[in-house]
Design a protein around this ligand. Structure first.
Ligand SMILES: *Cc1c(COP(=O)(O)O)cnc(C)c1O
Length: 363
């Protein structure tokens, strides 16, 4: 089973898309496929700026690089501390180390699996400079509370929206609660160019400092014209696809109400002023109810053709104690490490029958 935990096979993605094919033909016809500069990056930047209502967009080679650049743009470095969830994307932890700062891990909320904002005060020290808030697996961080805390103490917020471009988080587009918002266009993501990322911000000074990092006679962290060309048509359909994914998540949760032992991150989070995005859909798995381990369960469901995998490893369990500071013994992040399952998003663009098949496999 450990093979599966370490190296799950991704489901088929991206799906065939005629608008992307047309964009590739245009990039071929106008030669932008082979140019440093052309219309595509410009158009993508404008579109992202418009979508987020943020004046500044920096296109990057990955979401991971965008987070690193955000930290550098916020002048975070040696001697500083950055608070993040103990259950988060590995790259966020590594980025804090990469700029020479210390990660401070806080526990997750026991219901929605996201950074628990009630832990922020205990995590704060005189050295705290920033908070990284990632919206994961269809759950959203309580951003109004996090933003209020950050403002009260003069901390910067990096909002990692890599898993939910175009989502609405407590009334705002995901990424715009942060001083900097980060997107990924990696090969498994909802908007994909195989690789790529972006950061959005209203703060011209941050962008200026990022330019100092990236402009080395050439752009050292580039997104290419060809990548931008395939992203623009995907942005055209993002809202429609987010809507379809949300409908299928609702359908699936309706079908799973009589299944004990699986509780979804978004059980009661699909209404009101939040419309999450679904790169993955997270569940807490109760092995006692199912009478098998989380990893064995995932294996069986996978064998039935459903892309369900264990979630992230918790950061406090995969990194030496000397690399970070932690607020307490992180009980819910520990449980997350042991028991989170994630359903990958491609099936959420499928039909009602595809969703029904998930229930059938679980049953
Ligand atoms: C995918 C992802 C990233 C960045 O990914 P890249 O592959 O570097 O573009 C960052 N944070 C989260 C939460 C992610 O899921």
């Amino acid at each position: 089973m450990s093979d599966l935990h370490d190296n799950p096979q991704p489901p088929a993605w991206p799906l065939p898309d005629e608008a992307v094919e047309a964009a590739l033909r245009r990039a071929f016809a106008d030669g932008s496929w082979g140019k440093y500069h052309g219309p595509n990056c410009r158009e993508l930047s404008e579109r992202l700026s418009e979508l987020h209502g943020c004046e500044h967009v920096v296109l990057t080679c990955s979401g991971t690089a965008a987070v690193e650049l955000a930290l550098r743009g916020l002048r975070i470095g040696p001697g500083d501390e950055v608070i993040l969830s103990a259950y988060d994307f590995e790259g966020n932890f590594k980025n804090v180390l990469a700029v020479g700062a210390q990660p401070v891990l806080v526990d997750v909320d026991s219901v929605n699996g996201q950074l628990d904002t009630a832990q922020l005060e205990a995590a704060r020290s005189p050295r705290t400079k920033a908070i990284i808030a990632s919206h994961l697996h269809g759950g959203v961080v309580a951003m109004p509370a996090l933003r209020a805390f950050a403002d009260q103490h003069g901390l910067a917020v990096i909002e990692d929206a890599c898993q939910m471009p175009g989502a609405i988080v407590q009334g705002r587009i995901a990424g715009t609660w942060g001083d900097v918002g980060v997107l990924s266009f990696g090969g498994s993501k909802l908007l994909t160019a195989g690789r790529g990322g972006a950061l959005v911000t209203r703060n011209a000074e941050i962008v200026q400092r990022i330019r100092v990092q990236t402009q080395r006679g050439n752009d050292a962290y580039p997104l290419s014209e060809l990548q931008a060309a395939v992203l623009v048509p995907q942005l055209d359909r993002l809202a429609e696809r987010n809507q379809l994914r949300t409908e299928n998540v609702s359908r699936l949760l309706g079908l799973l109400t009589d299944v004990a032992g699986l509780s979804c991150f978004v059980e009661s989070g699909l209404s009101g002023d939040t419309k999450p995005g679904f790169y993955k859909l997270g569940f807490w798995f109760d092995s006692a109810t199912f009478g098998c381990s989380r990893d064995d369960f995932a294996c069986v469901i996978r064998a039935a053709g459903i892309a369900l995998d264990p979630g992230f490893r918790a950061l406090h369990r995969t990194h030496a104690r000397g690399r970070y500071r932690a607020v307490n013994d992180l009980p819910h992040a520990t449980r997350a490490d042991d028991s989170i399952l994630v359903l990958h998003h491609p099936v959420l663009l499928g039909t009602a029958e595809d969703v029904q098949a998930i229930r059938a496999a679980i049953k």
